[in-house]
Design a protein around this ligand. Sequence first.
Ligand SMILES: Nc1ncnc2c1ncn2[C@@H]1O[C@H](COP(=O)(O)OP(=O)(O)OP(=O)(O)O)[C@@H](O)[C@H]1O
Ligand SMILES: [Mg+2]
Length: 232
Amino acid sequence: MIEAIDVHKIFQSGEDIVEALRGVTFHVPAGSCAFIVGPSGSGKSTLLYLLAALDSPTSGTIRVAGQDITAMSESQRDDYRRNQVGFVYQSFNLINNLSAVNNVLLPYIPTGITPELRSKAADLLAEIGLGHRLKRRPAQLSGGEQQRVAIARALIKDPIVIYADEPTGNLDRAGGDRIIQLLRNRQRAGNRTLVIVTHDRRFITPEDLVLEIEDGRLKAPFSQSTDSSGAT
Ligand SMILES: Nc1ncnc2c1ncn2[C@@H]1O[C@H](COP(=O)(O)OP(=O)(O)OP(=O)(O)O)[C@@H](O)[C@H]1O
Ligand SMILES: [Mg+2]
């Protein structure tokens, strides 16, 4: 489903060169769940951005569902991002002057919002525990509530692949568990592929793929969790 081959990403600003990814190769089968773990600054968000075609690698190839997303035209990339990818940003990226429900509907603004879509968005927010917050704007929501709005927005189009950058970072333990459960339900019921960046290894189960990244390199691709300290 997702295949990354020798992916490099170099950021250059003036004299300053950062090798954020230094040759990353892995495969995530369709319908599975992969966790990207590693220290701050190791390249996790960078990798997720590349998988979502929100940025391009300096070199290397990324295929998603048989499509080489690194060889696409700009309009093909747009289509991939809009219609096949659900992305939960580490910093939410909510629109300040839109209500919670309209933030969830954002992916449909280019094509138009029907009453059916509006009630679908409201249902999704209710499912995620925000049924009483539909009309609130981001500034009137807690960090955890904003995070859940961002998650609902990523799920509204039922994308084939869901990328989530620390989706539980602003939630308490029970809230985090609920979010991961919701994402996993999508993955299992809909045979969707899930890639989650997290610092919290307690979410990782034995059937999950673990991509452990350190200083831009995978430590042990395809390994399953060996760290049982946070396991329940
Ligand atoms: N646009 C950019 N320009 C220059 N350097 C960047 C850019 N984006 C990321 N970097 C650098 O690339 C490296 C990897 O960053 P990245 O955001 O992928 O880390 P991360 O693993 O997601 O960290 P965190 O856990 O703190 O979110 C860091 O050294 C970061 O400073
Ligand atoms: Mg990050």
